[in-house]
Design a protein. Structure first.
Length: 224
């Protein structure tokens, strides 16, 4: 191994267990990572909860810190300065610029078509395993919901409804294209998340199921 090669770290799934699944954890090959935290400037300019495409090279300004959740490896890596290359397999950077690595939530993705005739979101993609529309997106009681894609910046509030569409929680503010559930919903019961958009009279509803109280996870609602 050359000295230059030794300076570069490629963050991959530990021991590459389930390598086939890791490659398929996000079936949309147009995205590979999510910005979880950012202080300072990057090139191209990024913001918190912006998705990043594979093949993107990110220059992190001196003194800046960037934390990325890599979808396939379910890991969060924090970088301080330097250059980061995002790939479907991992995150590449000089070891000197890697501040920390830690396990992150494995994201579940629910794709929603805003062009359809009804407000209900489309199919679910969870760790690369497709489900039909009758199933629910799973999320922890205090899980984080991140809204990405078309018109995500126009999402302003969210309501939680029970299976009879009675309000359980209302007007949850959406900040940085995200919101977090309150943690009080009983597990293994169906609910709906109703998202309200600026400039759209009809909300978008997403069926969800609450996981066990100790579960961790991240639900990504991708608007298309």
């Amino acid at each position: 191994m050359t000295k230059a090669a030794a300076l570069v770290a490629l963050i991959l799934l530990p021991a590459m267990l389930g390598a086939g699944l890791a490659r398929g954890a996000n079936t949309n090959s147009a995205v590979a990572a999510l910005v979880m935290d950012l202080t300072g400037a990057t090139k191209p300019p990024l913001v918190v909860h912006r998705e990043v495409a594979p093949g993107t090279k990110i220059a992190v300004a001196p003194g800046a810190r960037l934390s990325l959740l890599h979808y396939a490896t379910c890991s969060i890596v924090t970088f301080s300065g330097g250059t980061v290359k995002v790939t479907e397999e991992g995150l590449e950077a000089a070891e000197a610029h890697i501040e920390s690595r830690k396990p992150g939530p494995c994201p579940r993705t629910h794709k929603i078509s805003l062009a359809g005739p009804g407000p209900l979101g489309g199919g679910i993609v969870s760790r690369g395993i497709p489900h039909d529309q009758s199933q629910y997106a799973e999320i922890a009681p205090d899980g984080l919901v991140v809204i990405t894609g078309a018109r995500s910046a126009n999402a302003v509030t969210a309501d939680v409804l029970d299976s009879n569409r009675m309000l359980v929680d209302r007007d949850i503010p959406i900040h940085q294209k995200s919101f977090r559930l309150g943690g009080a919903l009983p597990p293994r019961r169906p609910y709906y998340i109703s998202i309200h958009f600026r400039g759209r009279s009809e909300p978008v509803e997403v069926p969800i199921s609450i996981l066990a109280s100790d579960a961790k996870g991240l639900l990504i609602l991708r608007l298309e």
